[in-house]
Design a protein around this ligand. Structure first.
Ligand code: FMN
Ligand code: 173
Length: 374
């Protein structure tokens, strides 16, 4: 049969179940959990479930492709790996395995300051698979400007091609599961390697060593002056902030509620996307993450204004059960799933997906007066 599935089957729920069986319970909870009552966490996936895609028909499309352009580079698909802390909790190869898998599948990777592998080693691992691999560095603005500066220099020297500043974390969200489990520190032997020698005391070993701090637009301007790398703001949900960010010369926005781990009352990322897209009006590219689990989620995000969608937890589940191969299979399956959804929607390229193709699920409660159902 033409077009039959040949690659790995995409099974997001199964991947999490298998990872859970393998991880220490407090590590599983750290990854799976959200803030407070985990409303924002649940909403990220549920919101996609409330949206349907209206396919267009008879549009041809034998010449289909998934490539997109972002900040001057071509990406294989509108898909990237969002920054998540502590990959060595999931697998001994940690960020090295993730970096190799991302590069091997042509997927851009955002590695974070809370990685358990130094950014230079992460970039080297990616470039060993693909010399053109795209790696960005995520950071939190630090209370001491010298620490921020040192982190930026580490990312520049490593060869990262953009900085992602996470701005949704003036304080750490209330992580209910971590509090219940007493999980605050990394196991012996693991450390937040990017922070090494930047903080007083021993090797940075836990969530408390990554300062989240209430930075302001002034601090962002100082960062702008510090580096020529493109700046991406992560965690913008309010359209007014999106507008300010564009005025401040930010190069891209990543619309995100931090996987439901910061403000529990925040909307789902995909629900915040349309208003941000309207405010930005195409002046900078929009990325999004939160609850992206299948090709149709990527397609919905694109139709609502994003140029690409990121995955956080699915990477860690795949890493826990399958290391580099597991992550590569997951990313490949997700890309293939998106490609099929794009075709079924009548699209030839990711840009062909439009907002008129997104409709809410569920019948309207009341039909307009006098109108028949057929
Ligand atoms: C275990 C874990 C650690 C995370 N660490 C960071 C981090 O250090 N910096 C950051 O900006 N976002 C962090 N995030 C948020 C992700 O970048 C991303 O916004 C979120 O995971 C996307 O949602 P998803 O997990 O539903 O795909 C983390 C998320 C998880 C699950
Ligand atoms: O950002 C997060 O969600 C997160 O879990 C984390 C943990 C430790 C350090 C930095 C971020």
């Amino acid at each position: 049969m033409t077009g039959a599935r040949t690659g790995p089957v995409h099974d997001p729920a199964g991947a999490e179940r298998r990872a859970r069986a393998q991880l220490r319970p407090e590590h599983y909870d750290f990854i799976a959990g959200g803030a407070g009552e985990e409303t924002a966490l649940r909403e990220n996936e549920d919101a996609f479930g409330r949206l349907a895609l209206l396919p267009r028909v008879l549009r041809g499309g034998a010449e289909r492709g998934t490539r997109v352009g972002v900040l001057g580079r071509e990406w294989a698909a509108p898909l990237f790996v969002s920054p998540t802390a502590f990959h060595r909790l999931a697998h001994p190869d940690g960020e090295l395995a993730t970096a190799r898998a991302a590069a091997a599948t042509g997927t851009p990777l955002i590695t974070g300051m809370a990685a358990t592998t130094a950014v230079a080693d992460v970039v080297a691992a990616a470039r060993a698979r693909d010399p053109e691999a795209v790696v960005w560095f995520q950071l939190y603005l630090q209370p001491e400007h010298e620490v921020t500066t040192a982190l930026v220099r580490r990312a520049e020297r490593a060869g990262c091609s953009a900085l992602v500043v996470t701005v949704d974390s003036p304080v750490f969200g209330t992580r209910t599961r971590d509090l219940r489990n007493g999980f605050h520190d990394l196991p012996p032997g693991l450390a937040a390697e990017n922070m090494r020698d930047l903080l007083p005391g021993a090797a940075p070993g836990g969530t408390r060593d990554i300062a989240m701090w209430p930075a302001g637009w002034d601090d962002l301007r100082r960062l702008r002056d510090l580096t020529d790398l493109p700046l991406v703001l992560k965690g913008v949900l309010h359209p007014a902030d999106a507008r300010t960010a564009v005025e401040q010369g930010v190069d891209a926005l990543l619309v995100s509620n931090h996987g439901g781990r910061q403000l529990d009352a925040a909307p789902a990322s995909v629900e915040a996307l349309p208003a941000v897209a309207e405010a930005v009006a195409g002046r900078v590219p929009l990325l999004m993450d939160g609850g992206v689990r299948r090709g149709s989620d990527v397609a919905l995000a694109l139709a609502l204004g994003a140029v690409a969608a990121g995955v956080g937890r699915p990477v860690l589940w795949a890493l826990a059960t399958g290391g580099e191969d597991g992550v590569a299979q997951m990313l490949t399956a997700l890309r293939e799933d998106f490609d099929r959804v794009l075709a079924l929607c009548g699209g030839h390229r990711p840009e062909d997906l439009t907002a008129d193709q997104v409709v809410p699920r569920g019948l309207p409660h009341r039909r307009p007066e006098g109108e028949r159902a057929w």
